[in-house]
Design a binder for this molecule. Sequence first.
Ligand SMILES: Nc1nc2c(ncn2[C@@H]2O[C@H](COP(=O)(O)OP(=O)(O)OP(=O)(O)O)[C@@H](O)[C@H]2O)c(=O)[nH]1
Ligand SMILES: [Mg+2]
Length: 634
Amino acid sequence: MGHTRRFVVGTAGHIDHGKTALVKALTGIDTDRWEEEKRRGITIDLGFAPLPLGGGGDGSIQASVVDVPGHEGFVKNMLAGATGIDVALLVIAADEGVMPQTEEHLAILELLGVRRGVPVLSKRDLVDDDWVALMRTEVADRLKTSRVRWDPPIAVSALTGAGLDELRAALVGVAGDLVERPEQDQFRLPIDRVFAVAGAGTVVTGSTWSGTVAVGDSVRVLPLNREVRVRSIEVHGESAERAVPGRRTALALVGVGKEELDRGHVAVTGPGWSATMTLDVALELLPGARKPLAVRTRIRVHLGTGEVLGRVAQVRSIAPGETGLARLLLEGPLVARGGDRFVVRSFSPVTTIGGGVVLDPFPPKRPRVSERGLAAQQAPGDRLGRLVEEAGLNGVAPSDLPVRLGILPGEVSGVIDAAGKGVLLSGDVLVARRALSAEVERLAGLVAEHHEAHPLDPGMSLQALRAAVEAPSPVVDLLVAHGVKKQAFEVVGAVARRPGWKAMLDSHAGGSGDRLVRRLAEARWQIPTVAELQQEFADLAVPPLLAHLAREGGVEQVDQERYASKPALEEFRRALEVTLQELGRATPAQLRDRTGLTRKYLIPLLEWADRRGITKRQGDARVLARLTGAADGS
Ligand SMILES: Nc1nc2c(ncn2[C@@H]2O[C@H](COP(=O)(O)OP(=O)(O)OP(=O)(O)O)[C@@H](O)[C@H]2O)c(=O)[nH]1
Ligand SMILES: [Mg+2]
């Protein structure tokens, strides 16, 4: 099956060792296009060219080359180019051999995790065969222990063209062996150049790291965090329908100005992306670093095409040559994904001192990085287990996992499975079983407290129970379901209650309500106080029982201390109305005579009648509040 292989080749090596001349010999393009570069005869910024390699056996090969500067003052530009490459060409002048930036660039390639490379002995024409043989051995020796898998060195001359075919053949060989950047992934283009083109608007370029995007699609630019439309796409100057990984890409964007974007910004698609100011990382200090890395050390962090200043925090001092966990506090935003590689340079003097891998681009404030159980070599399922545990009831959204864990969208469900039984999926949230159980226990406690305080209630309102939880509503759903399943409580209609719990009236207190109602009916207008009733009915919880009966309508509260039978109150009201219609006004003494009640019983009833709007006071007498006899008092 014909299969197109796409990859980005990047140069690396000391200043003046012939990188740009080699790119020109391979591609025909002089990538040193700036006036200053021409005048000084050095590369300052990145150069780009398509690299024709011909067919690759069973399919075609599309390679791009990024040319970087070797000058020690422009390593930051080199980093922005090296970050997106698949294959390195380490260019070493045959007449000079390994030099300081050869070493620094090599370290950077290793820190960035570049997998494959071809060492190139340039300026072959300047040295004799014996010397070349010597250099081959020396370079091969130096690279033997490298983390990059290097081909044997190839001697070339940009001047005579010697060795170029051999180099092309080597690249074709490497191409067949590369781990391809996935298309079935979220699109990500770290931007290395921004410019305006008349008619096209704002154009950004970079090496597409992952995923694809088509003309007419939207991408989100970060840290600006704006959704913009892709008006057109170019790959090495030729218009294309889609941007694909492993290729130099130019996107013309609608809806964003040139001055709003910069190198280091990123164009992405899909969920989970966000600029971050904090990274939890595994950090490696190069053996050549001068000082250990300690808390508060100020550093420059290079990730993607971005560079920001930051400080190391939460670190147990990392000695040169060692690796440790650290939290990086950044002074500006970076766009990072789990598993991303980065390079660290010292603040001053500016040298490459180390690098590492992002373990979590969005670490929580607590716990500290050393207590999070994160590690560079960690199965995504295990890491997910940790993140979910930390998130508590807030949970973790599965759609955020590709970015946070650095996995493919298609791998998400497998990773969730791998996280094991400690992680539960509810709607769109992953929650730790442990957090759920603890919360269910707390809720069962709330239900129990409610029963205690309101023994006559059928239970706690489900709405109130749900409101007691601080979590997204799918998690609350899960909690309620979990609580019911674990029989921590049961849900009946709109009420949650202890399983099997019965409101006092319906169960052991059966008939106690009736006893009170009967007692109050017999008392009629000679209303006993709640305290008196409680003494009388020592076996009952009289106050809640009366409150319950009042809700049911059998009794009515007269004042703070009294409840009366409802029919008795109705009778009293009618008697009062009849009397006052007849007399017009009546003093308590007159009413005492009419009703046969002592002051002790009469006064609370009269005050009740005033409050109910049946009567009102006039001096020391009462009159009907409404003069029509039709007042019904309700
Ligand atoms: N004789 C000879 N000279 C070469 C060869 N390749 C490059 N040069 C010369 O070496 C000098 C530097 O070459 P460049 O290609 O600019 O070097 P570079 O590595 O790109 O330099 P920087 O980008 O500044 O790091 C130039 O004067 C080239 O003409 C070669 O194969 N043979
Ligand atoms: Mg150059």
